[in-house]
Design a protein around this ligand. Structure first.
Ligand code: PRP
Ligand code: URA
Length: 209
């Protein structure tokens, strides 16, 4: 069974409080999501493999560690996942970026795919899907399906806020997937919004409401 990691670092929790606050405007919201994504990227890369190399310091030669070249790709779920992409790339600048365009039908709450573009070497890459919100889980499942269908073997899912319903759906449908979240909230409301949540992540990021 995949694990659920809640990144309860004080800086992440502090910034998340302002992200949640309805008084926070688009500019600040966008900056904070970007900053939290960078902090989460720091946490999620803890298990990257390193290898020993020998270098010359100004004082002596020494053995030290460097990353051993894992091939990574970040997969923002459009639109709102875009808000987390640059923040992650600050720490993982060599990662490729794949895109999946999904929107949630407001009536059925089911995801509809409208765009998908992935790197060619899909089987060799480690994918991190990013989206601020994991609500019913429909969009996450669709994104994971889309990657698996094209041959992806190594997939993780990262979001700011998750509802217990969404976490359970991923665990039921794709039990091997590790899930990384900044906060696990209480529940979904009757419209599929996370409570207490932050509202509509896409609208708050792009100022469309
Ligand atoms: C939001 C959010 C997720 C999805 C989560 O996107 O960014 O992708 O809802 O809900 P789910 O877990 O119930 O599928 P939305 O569909 O509003 O599209 P947008 O990013 O284009 O605004
Ligand atoms: N999508 C959002 O943007 N917010 C929610 O609370 C649920 C789905």
């Amino acid at each position: 069974m995949g694990k659920v990691y809640v990144f309860d670092h004080p800086l992440i929790q502090h910034k998340l409080s302002f992200i949640r606050d309805a008084k926070t405007g688009t500019k600040e919201f966008r900056e904070l999501v970007d900053e939290v994504a960078t902090l989460m990227a720091f946490e999620i890369t803890r298990d990257l493999q390193t290898e020993e190399v020998e270098i010359q310091t100004p004082v002596t030669t020494t053995k030290t560690k460097v990353l051993s070249g894992k091939k990574m790709a970040i997969v923002p779920i459009l639109r709102a996942g875009l808000g987390m992409t640059d923040g992650m790339l600050k720490l993982i600048p060599a990662a490729k970026v794949a895109h999946i365009g999904l929107y949630r039908d407001p009536e059925t709450l089911k995801p509809v795919e409208y765009y998908a573009k992935f790197p060619a070497d899909i089987e060799e890459r480690e994918f991190i899907i990013v989206d601020p919100m994991l609500a019913t889980g429909g969009s996450a499942i669709e994104a994971i399906n889309s990657l698996k269908k094209r041959g992806a073997k190594n997939i993780r899912f990262m979001c700011l806020i998750a509802a217990p319903e969404g976490v359970k759906v991923i665990q039921d449908v794709h039990p091997e997937i590790d899930i990384y979240i900044a906060a696990l909230d209480e529940k979904l409301d009757d419209h599929g919004y996370i409570v207490p949540g932050l509202g509509d992540a896409g609208d708050r990021l792009f100022g469309t409401k």
